[in-house]
Design a protein around this ligand. Structure first.
Ligand code: DHB
Ligand code: FE
Length: 284
């Protein structure tokens, strides 16, 4: 039986990818940010899963206003890093897990969550930057990755409650897979940031830290938070945080199991226009 052993939460700023690719991680601006992920990279080496179920958002890269799936699961054998305007990032291609992805699609759709199935897709910074932060710069990513794209770019976007319930369905899907696989689920994007308009540059560290507290201790209550609160308090792009509720909903305690252990918590401002938050929770 496959099982979810841990969940990881991290922001995904494109400039972090550029800092890594251009060898600037030791610069004064970036050093404190990357220091916060040193534990995480070691933890990843010691707790490498067979598969990462990576919840992220595409930024009008693979999708556009032409086609806007709310929830899209990547079932392909591989996914290339996308060209977002400066050429593709020089990172390994992402190796998928078509068998587990198809099983999860089957299970979750029969469980009433209507996913879009994606057999061909390039993956943007939303997916590759979290991998770089957690895995460093390997020749190949250490395990298979199932990309799971959520629309948080064009309204209407899914509610926190829907995301939290979807996480629970993903947990059931993984648990019903026959092979003995160790699976991580990652929730990415956020925390507070706004990239345009009169409030561009908004950061709300106090609200972000309260979000981290509640994600750990009160995820069901947090899942009831309406969109307007995210946008008012954390800026227009702060809505990316609803994706973290998918990962949190897939943890054992939500299903009556023991509470997870907080292995690591980190928060840092600034990284480009964004407050970077990061958590690692292990199932017990
Ligand atoms: C920034 C943050 C994002 O989440 C993103 O998708 C693009 C840019 C930024 O802070 O610059
Ligand atoms: Fe983003």
């Amino acid at each position: 039986m496959a099982r979810i052993t841990a969940s990881v939460y991290t922001s995904h700023v494109p400039a972090i990818g550029a800092a890594i690719d251009l060898k600037k991680t030791g610069e004064a601006y970036w050093q404190p940010l990357f220091k916060g992920y040193e534990y995480s990279k070691q933890w990843m080496k010691e707790n490498t899963p067979d598969v990462i179920f990576l919840v992220y958002n595409d930024h009008a890269t693979a999708f556009s206003l032409d086609m806007i799936p709310t929830f899209a699961i990547g079932t392909a054998a591989e996914f290339a890093p996308a060209d977002e305007g400066w050429g593709p990032r020089p990172v390994p291609k992402v190796i998928g897990h078509p068998e587990l992805a198809s099983h999860i699609a089957q299970s979750v759709i029969q469980d009433d969550f209507d996913l879009t199935i994606v057999n061909k897709m390039d993956v943007d910074h939303g997916l590759t930057v979290p991998l770089s932060l957690m895995c460093g710069e390997p020749q190949a990513w250490p395990c298979a990755v199932i990309p799971f794209a959520v629309n948080v770019v064009q309204y209407p976007v899914p509610s926190g409650r829907r995301c939290f319930q979807l996480g629970q369905a993903i947990r059931r899907a993984v648990a019903s897979y026959d092979d003995d696989l160790k699976v991580h689920i990652w929730g990415t994007g956020g925390m507070s940031h706004q990239l345009q308009g009169a409030r561009a540059g908004l950061i709300n560290a106090e609200w972000d830290n309260r979000f981290l507290d509640r994600l750990i201790d009160d995820p069901a209550g947090l899942s009831e938070m309406p969109h307007i609160d995210y946008v008012r308090e954390a800026g227009s792009e702060g809505i990316e945080l609803v994706m973290w509720l998918i990962a949190r909903g897939a943890m054992a305690d939500i299903d009556g199991g023991p509470r997870p252990t907080v292995k690591h918590r980190f928060f840092h401002v600034p990284a480009s226009n964004t407050a970077v938050g990061h958590l690692i929770l292990e199932n017990n």
